[in-house]
Design a protein around this ligand. Sequence first.
Ligand code: 8YV
Length: 328
Amino acid sequence: MTRKSVLVARAVFPDIVARLREHFDVDDNPADVIYTKAQLIERLRGKQGAFTTGSERIDAEVLDANPQLEAVCNMAVGYNNLDIEACSARGVLATNTPEVLTETTADFSFALMMAAARRIAESEHFLRRGEWTRWSYDMFTGSDVHGATLGILGMGRIGQAIARRGALGFGMKVIYHNRSRLAPEQEAPLGARWVDKPTLLREADHLVLVLPYSAESHHAIGAAELALMKSSATLTNIARGGIVDDAALAAALAEHRIAAAGLDVFEGEPSVHPALLALSNVVLTPHIASATVATRHAMASLAADNLIAALTGGVAPTPINAARLRPR
Ligand code: 8YV
């Protein structure tokens, strides 16, 4: 059997690239160049497999220019950068990396939520500016996380891991909204209650967004939704940019219609809406919810497992479209 070729589209752990080299001819990207679409199409020439991250868009145009492509393995749980319908129609297997990042991203949602609620970034900047000269009773007073109502929009694996932390670790009352309700036996240990979206927005003290990005979830939180929230509430987004209307959020924060926000993802990232950058009641991080060494390595390893299985006649462990794949 002739050796297959794969593109590793971004820089990743050297041991992962080395493992791929045991099976394939590998074109990797240690300089970590972000390929334009034309460069991506060119780089994929003659390759049967692609190891991608959220920064590569694989659409019909890329696939049609590379009909030899058999598998696209994304190092991310979210896959809005992949046109799954286009992949399925061309018999291209797409895979993602669920499970391995669940607990790490759930941890990070709490880090952001607590930083927003307890004004950690804002007060740290104040201290560094040398403005801390005395104690005062209301200096950087925020809102409690323990015992508060945690609202979760999107209740997949990560949403459930966040609920578990809230209920068991912080004694929070957990409400959630999701298209599909959890079974009562899943809700019970989380103490979680399904509510409709307006109720979620009205009742949450701390709202966390963990739903996948799609045409339906675009601007799921805009001016109208923000208007329903408590003025003391915080909003945390670890899901995807575009789920929140960033301009509307910046306006709500500036007018203190909600208290604070913690954002790890942005519309048009790595650009960040300038109005958000100008505000002190928002904590901004550069899409790092899954960024622990162990978790990023586990993600890369799972993406490699998928690629190796897909191109060597095995069964990819975490396929997205295996059931919908058109035979090649
Ligand atoms: C990734 C993520 O770091 O898994 C996801 O969906 O958003 C992050 O964990 C990012 O997408 C890079 O691939």
